[in-house]
Design a protein around this ligand. Sequence first.
Ligand code: HMH
Length: 212
Amino acid sequence: MWAKKHLLYTEATRHPFILSIRDGSVDLSSFKRWLGQDYVFVREFVPFVASVLIKASKKSDDGNDMEVILGGLASLNDEIAWFKSEASKWDVPLSNTVVHKANQNYSRFLENLMLPEVDYAVAITAFWAIEAVYQESFAHCLEDDSKTPSELQDTCQRWGNEGFGEYCRSLQKIANRCLEKASSDVLTKAEVTFLRVLEHEVEFWNMSHGCA
Ligand code: HMH
């Protein structure tokens, strides 16, 4: 299980699409496809995060969880505004986007995680993993030896910046605290959910990259 996790995590955070941004060889039509699809994703992600917030307010024994998740929702508000301005910069229409299969599958997965019977520990683990994949991927494109094109720096900064990294570590801490107290049944569900997130992230990159 650990080996599989490790392998999938690397696949998700060092995907050929990300590596192509990092080495400057990125195909801009791929980038535009990613931009349009990710805007759709983020609009689906907001209700999921809201559902995690509701679970935190009911289940959590730590007063700080709500603030961290609320901060996440606030940054999604900025993110939606950013997508709109970025899309107009790149001439990517955001209305009438044909939602790709990988995106539809990811949405369906998120919808299932929103159900009240899904444990808070499972939902917060998924939330952390979703954010962490983007953080690790885009931070990789900002390293000193990267050749990320200047017009993509802003995108990489959005998720690769230190503040976003700090926020991901806060989510990880919450997830770890919940998992320490979880039953073995919940722990297994969280593990499986974590792997599913990584698979969906890889599929999402594949779609952007044009290999799906
Ligand atoms: C597909 N995963 C995907 N899109 C995002 N914007 C994030 C994660 C991070 O918010």
